[in-house]
Design a protein around this ligand. Structure first.
Ligand code: UDP
Length: 343
């Protein structure tokens, strides 16, 4: 659905980068295949031309699966088919029907990292079919994400991880709150804006903007909110600015598969205030590294904003170090692939 580095792929972009880094650090060799225009510093990258996919989250549950002509997805898998014998395993990061359908036609095993919850009947069906033919090959980020599918108990839960050396701990924040993510309806930015309007706080916003009309409509709805859109920044700049915020607000209206931004904030020592659902509810330690509040409740967000100072920023960084290091992620991914390969 986009080149790596564009932000259109959401958290998958950072996840892919981190998993590739983690595998390299464990001594493996990694080749990434991605749409043309991608950037991935320090990692060998094959760029493939072609037309992009429509994002699954903008489609209905029963919308038929489509591919544009000269689809980049098809071209990438054609490349993978040709070179497969040079590799031990292939990892699919695309939330798309085609790679699952193609799995039995490949000689090399394919591990599928599913990056979102259940959104489409056709996807659910092809993932379930793949799982029944190739047990153990479906990875997910959180238990809550897996629970949106009928086969939750047969999924491998991998969590996520970060290169913590890229995130600086910031002990003393400024006054602003943060919101980070794709500016899209399922991410619920309007709830965070309503909460800052009610608390007279400034909200700094970072993220890719796939649909500008949505951003304009929420700005019209909250004309008195103090919001500052800072654009989509590379990790180095994002973490420097995010670290200076008092807390991160995570307000998705869907079941967030994981929520990379929550662990990025913790890595900088920034407490996380999140709706108690999906991945963030499995990340935030309520009362210790942030506050989990009733989903879709702006009044609860407001009262949690009033309790930010009860959270010790050191505890946030410590949680990131203990649970979300690149090394811990690398161990989990390596074991997953070893189990698939039987080695
Ligand atoms: N992000 C970024 N720069 C920005 C804002 C966001 O690189 O200015 C990245 C962020 O690091 C995270 C991703 O965008 O990896 C958002 O991922 P998340 O898992 O929170 O949500 P998704 O978009 O996948 O639903």
């Amino acid at each position: 659905m986009g080149a790596l580095g564009s932000g259109l792929g959401g958290g998958v972009e950072l996840t892919l980068y981190n998993m590739a880094q983690a595998m390299l650090q464990q001594g493996h060799s990694v080749q990434v295949v991605a749409p043309a225009g991608s950037t991935l510093p320090g990692i060998s990258l094959i760029q493939v031309l072609g037309a992009l996919q429509i994002t699954a989250q903008t489609q209905g549950r029963s919308t038929p699966i489509t591919l544009p002509s000269n689809a980049v997805l098809a071209n990438m898998w054609e490349y993978a088919r040709k070179v497969q014998s040079e590799y031990d395993a292939i990892v699919n990061f695309a939330y798309d029907w085609l790679p699952f359908y193609l799995t039995p036609f490949f000689v090399r095993p394919i591990a599928h990292l599913v990056s979102m919850g259940s959104l489409s009947d056709a996807m659910d069906q092809v993932i379930a079919h793949t799982l029944s033919q190739f047990p153990g090959t479906i990875g997910m980020h959180s238990r809550a994400q897996a629970a949106t599918f009928a086969f939750a108990d047969r999924c491998r839960i991998l969590g996520n991880g970060l290169d913590l050396s890229l995130y600086d701990f910031c002990p003393v924040p400024g006054a602003a709150l943060a919101w980070v993510g794709r500016i899209a309806p399922e991410k619920g930015l309007e709830d965070a804006i309503e909460a800052v309007q009610k608390t007279n706080t400034c909200l700094k916003i970072w993220g890719a903007m796939p649909d500008e009309s949505y951003w304009q409509s929420i700005q019209r709805s909250y004309p008195h909110a103090s919001v500052e859109y800072r654009g989509f920044l590379p990790t180095a700049q994002l973490q420097a600015e995010l670290g200076e915020c008092r807390a991160l607000l995570v307000t998705p209206h869907w079941i967030e598969a994981f929520g990379n931004v929550a662990i990025e904030a913790l890595a900088c020592g920034v407490p996380v205030i999140a709706y108690r659902r999906g991945g963030p509810a499995e990340i935030v330690q309520h009362g210790k590294t942030g506050w989990l509040v009733e989903p879709d409740s702006v009044p609860e967000l407001v009262s949690a904003i009033g309790r930010i100072d009860e959270i010790d920023r050191h505890a946030c960084r410590h949680q990131a170090e203990a649970e979300f290091s690149l090394h811990a992620l690398g161990d989990r991914v390596e074991q997953w692939l070893r189990d698939i390969l039987g080695c």
